[in-house]
Design a protein around this ligand. Structure first.
Ligand code: R7I
Ligand code: MG
Length: 383
């Protein structure tokens, strides 16, 4: 039986609007709800559950949990892809810079703010250049490219486009391969989840491993992992650990943190987010029985501590694409700033995804160079 047939047999409905809405709203919720524990070392389940039950209190008002840079930048990505009907690096870069200048206090990484300030310069012609100057010229390996990658999976149907544009979109701020390949992995995970692949978890993880084997073959990726003293094919190595932890079924929080990480580096957080989703496909000890899979995923991501908002944001996008919008409690949505807008953006991205584009069906040759990649059918505008 082919995968598609197997998924159909499992009743997996493919790429429904509900999945698109779930993905973007799930991401915003992870960001807003996860902010409470950002940087915490040890987060007992009791504290997580107390925080989450507080969201059910109607007297607290709407939008009380504010979003951070994760959602701020994801909004920019969505608006840019929608306005330009595709990827336009100039437009996206300008939106990042403008968003940062209007609301600099959203918790941006300390390095990326230098990039965002440079991107605001009207004299700048190469929008990839400021990112390349970061960290002694190697670029950032932070998870800032990955945290905002979900909309690429919602805008492009073909895996090759998802890979290509999530990479370029990340390179506007993160030019180290560990940074942009984390974004590619996150976007591919959302892409597969939208198609119902999480109904077969082994297939999901194996597919991600084979995708990343191709991605990490790249010469720059090989060079960067060597320079940073990492294993060859570092994302593949982490994804194999995810598989081992899944097979162990019942790994402790401490084991998960020590084997996968919970930090601000993309390598220490994207595979972790993927594990959170896979681990929470079934009921878990310490989490309420009435919780559905999306609630479990967000709760579990918070319990890992560390970069909780970003890990929950990435896990929320992947899980939301699997369970759909109806699995997200209304009270959680009401509590989070930006959830309503994310829902509307997801609906518009759904239309873009299904739009017939001239390049559909053509084979895309992936290039290592960030230039000459505007897929937009319009010249950059200045809005
Ligand atoms: O990756 P980025 O946008 O933000 C990462 C996290 C997210 O959780 C955000 O929500 C925010 O809270 O922070 O920001 P960057 O500044 O590019 O990278 C984040 C941090 O990773 C940097 O401030 C550095 O501490 C570290 N880092 C590096 N350190 C040494 N060498 C990233 N790249 C390097 C490097 O090459
Ligand atoms: Mg964060």
């Amino acid at each position: 039986m082919t995968s598609a047939v197997k998924l159909a047999a499992l009743g997996g409905q493919v790429s429904t609007l509900s999945r698109f809405r779930g993905a973007l709203v799930g991401a915003v919720l992870g960001d807003c709800i996860g902010g409470e524990f950002e940087g915490a070392e040890d987060v007992p389940f009791d504290r997580v559950l107390q925080h989450l039950s507080g969201l059910e209190d109607d007297t607290r008002g709407d939008g009380i949990l504010q979003y951070s840079d994760d959602t701020a930048m994801m909004r920019c990505v969505s608006h840019s892809l929608l306005t330009r009907t595709g990827f336009d690096e100039q437009d996206m870069a300008r939106r990042f810079a403008k968003e940062y200048s209007l609301a600099p206090g959203r918790g941006y990484g300390s390095g990326v703010v230098q990039v965002l300030r440079k991107l605001a310069s009207p004299q700048l012609s190469d929008v990839f250049q400021p990112a390349q100057a970061q960290f002694g010229g190697r670029g950032s390996f932070g998870n800032g490219g990955a945290m905002r990658a979900a909309p690429f999976a919602l805008a492009f149907k073909n895996a090759a486009d998802v890979r290509r544009y999530s990479r370029l979109g990340a390179m506007l701020t993160h030019s180290c391969s560990l940074g942009y390949n984390g974004a590619v992995l996150q976007a591919l995970a959302v892409h597969l989840s939208l198609q119902g692949t999480l109904a077969l978890p082994q297939e999901f993880i194996n597919k991600l491993i084979s995708e990343m084997e191709a991605v990490e073959k790249d010469e720059t990726a090989q060079r960067d992992s060597k320079a940073l003293n990492l294993a060859e094919f570092p994302y593949c190595a982490r994804l194999h650990k995810v598989k081992e932890l899944m097979e162990r079924n019942g790994a402790s929080i401490e084991e998960v943190i020590s084997e996968l990480g919970n930090g601000i580096a993309a390598l220490e957080s994207v595979p972790t987010a993927i594990f959170c989703v896979l681990h929470c496909l079934e009921a878990r000890e310490g989490l309420p029985e009435h919780y559905g899979g999306l609630e479990r995923t967000i709760a579990y991501s918070l319990a890992l501590g560390g970069d909780t908002d970003t890990i929950a944001c990435m896990a929320g996008a992947i899980a939301g694409a699997h369970y759909g919008i109806l699995a997200i409690p209304q009270s959680w949505q009401r509590s989070c700033e930006g959830a309503e807008e994310a829902d509307q953006l997801a609906e518009r991205l759904y239309k873009l995804y299904h739009l017939e584009r001239p390049e559909d069906g053509m084979t895309m040759s992936d290039s290592n160079q960030p230039h000459s990649h505007g897929s937009s059918q319009h010249p950059p505008n200045s809005d």
